[in-house]
Design a protein around this ligand. Structure first.
Ligand SMILES: Cc1ncc(COP(=O)(O)O)c(C=O)c1O
Length: 340
């Protein structure tokens, strides 16, 4: 089976499992798990930020960020493709009682001018108070694109001038850092909070980290508890994260090369109307005739290949390269696409 639905489907390698087995653990609800503390300190240092907190999922880390930046009734500015709006079960309204002002833009991006226009005037008390901007890097539904750091600086200025919290959903920030060859501290300088996932491109079975200013992450401790995310001897899982940070970031460039090669193969197919200009590990194929989708699904599934057929909508198919996608898998897939 070649499974390219998502980079979340990977299984821990033996060395990662060994690191987990050998972890030194304690009760993290008491703040006594040395491996969790090490992971949190490592991530905070990596981004040059003050403090970090281990979470079971990216969703919980994002939801916590929304909770700490807002009060019920407030509004969050985000892209219409964003995970926090589309794929977190309506959590922002359920957990924090906030609404979204959604922005449009190519590749899952928006710019500082759009933010400026989207901020509700404070004196106009009929509108919700705008309190936060959340953006995604890389953009998932947008096609795995990396934000331009120059735009971040302009966005930061608008947020500072208007007292808005600035959060990055960095579920795939590692892909962006590798593709853009950026210093992670650049992001740490700009954002108030960043959520990062260890369970996607980095190959951990579970785990995310929320990183930010000390005062914000201290607030996050209570919220994580309320959300049911206080975990006990979770150093076993944090050990997987430490292993991944050490071993699995630089190799992401291979995922990016393969993703480009896959996209190039599909480009020549007449059922394809458009493919994103691949920057990282996400390929989004837009079909000429959505009614042909079932035929395409059958062709690939008959050969034990699965992609994400549905989550991007009827007209699109998403393919995501990852750690468990081998050279042999890649060769076979390219041949199978050739024959289609
Ligand atoms: C951009 C983005 N943010 C957040 C998440 C949520 O992560 P989790 O599945 O760990 O809750 C995902 C998951 O796919 C994602 O793609």
């Amino acid at each position: 089976m070649i499974d390219l639905r998502s980079d979340t489907i990977t299984k821990p390698c033996n060395k990662m499992l060994e690191a987990m087995l050998n972890a030194n653990v304690g009760d993290d609800v008491y703040g006594e798990d040395p491996t969790v503390i090490e992971l949190e300190q490592t991530v905070a240092k990596y981004f040059g930020m003050e403090k970090a907190m281990f979470f079971p999922s990216g969703t919980m880390a994002n939801q916590t960020a929304i909770k700490i930046h807002t009060n019920p009734g407030d509004q969050v500015i985000a892209h219409k493709y964003s995970h926090v709006y589309n794929y977190e079960g309506g959590g922002a309204s359920f957990n924090s009682g906030v609404s979204f002002k959604l922005l449009d833009g190519e590749k899952g991006f928006f710019d500082s001018k759009q933010i400026k226009q989207a901020i509700n005037p404070k004196s106009f008390y009929h509108s919700p108070m705008t309190k936060m901007v959340s953006l995604e890097n890389t953009t998932n539904k947008g096609g795995g694109y990396c934000w331009d750091v120059d735009e971040f600086e302009k966005i930061q200025k608008i947020c500072t001038d208007n007292k808005l919290g600035l959060h990055m959903d960095g579920a795939r920030i590692w892909n962006s850092i590798i593709a853009m060859e950026n210093d992670p501290k650049l992001y740490g300088d700009i954002f108030d909070t960043i959520s990062v996932c260890l369970s996607k491109g980095l190959g951990c079975p579970i785990g995310s980290v929320l990183v930010g200013r000390k005062s914000l992450i201290e607030k996050a401790l209570r919220i994580r508890k309320i959300f049911g995310g206080g975990m006990r001897q979770v150093g076993y899982l944090a050990a997987a994260g430490l292993y991944a940070l050490e071993n699995n970031i630089n190799r992401l460039k291979h995922d990016h090369v393969r993703a480009k090669e896959i996209a190039n193969k599909f480009l020549s197919k007449d059922f394809v109307s458009q493919i994103n200009d691949v920057e990282t590990n996400i390929i989004i194929i837009e079909l000429n005739k959505p009614e042909e989708k079932q035929k395409i699904i059958r062709y690939f599934t008959d050969q034990n290949i699965i992609f994400d057929w549905y989550s991007m909508g009827d007209k699109k198919i998403r393919i995501v390269t990852h750690l468990d996608y081998t050279d042999n898998d890649h060769k076979s897939l390219l041949q199978i696409v050739d024959k289609l």
